[in-house]
Ligand binder design. Structure first.
Ligand SMILES: [Zn+2]
Length: 192
């Protein structure tokens, strides 16, 4: 039997939202995924979400199920896999704390995101280039103009840094990496 309470304790709902490409603003608000929402109406609390427009309400497993159109059980299995929760069947005797990524893991995550993001922007630069001066620029092409050089610069810098430096940079600029990740998800360019 899956222990949804245990998953709720172990997985931070905002972290899961960010990892799965749902953009959450500084106020903890996101565009609701249960109704067509143009302005963020869904508030992320510590262990649940609530939409002030449509009333959708639930925990991290409900959120994941809706995001990927899968059942609650499948969502729980996905969360366990993605957040390294080994077993939900027998909770550890001492309550597990939310696990911090090691510096090595942060560094590798940063490289993963950058690599995918650069690939996507290079693709946009090539395939979304305007046909003529009169053509309106696509958002994809604009994003490649805005971020490609910078992302490539970060990619180069990554290789000249230690894991501690990479992890520190990643943590300080986590908002930016979440935006890169959200963009990858939005356009379907993330590997996961
Ligand atoms: Zn809603």
């Amino acid at each position: 039997m899956i222990d949804f309470t245990e998953i709720r304790k172990l997985v931070d709902i905002r972290q899961a939202a960010a990892m799965y490409g749902l953009e959450v603003n500084r106020a903890g608000m996101a565009c609701c995924i249960f109704h067509a929402d143009r302005n963020p109406s869904m508030k992320m609390y510590d262990d649940h979400f609530h939409c002030y427009a449509c009333g959708a309400h639930g925990d991290v497993t409900d959120l994941t199920a809706q995001l990927f159109s899968i059942s609650k059980t499948e969502a729980a299995e996905k969360l366990c896999a993605d957040f390294n929760i080994s077993s939900t069947r027998s909770p550890p005797a001492t309550p597990a704390r939310k696990r911090e990524l090691t510096n090595r893991e942060k560094a590798l995550l940063m490289l993963d995101i950058l690599t995918d993001y650069i690939c996507m922007l290079r693709y946009f630069r090539k395939h979304y280039a305007p046909f003529s001066f009169e053509t309106e620029l696509s958002p994809q092409f604009v994003e490649s103009l805005q971020n490609l050089d910078y992302a490539e610069y970060l990619w180069d810098a990554w290789f000249d840094s230690t894991d501690d430096e990479r992890a520190a940079f990643f943590t300080e600029n986590i908002g930016q990496f979440r935006r890169f990740y959200a963009s990858l998800s939005k356009y379907g360019f993330n590997k996961k």
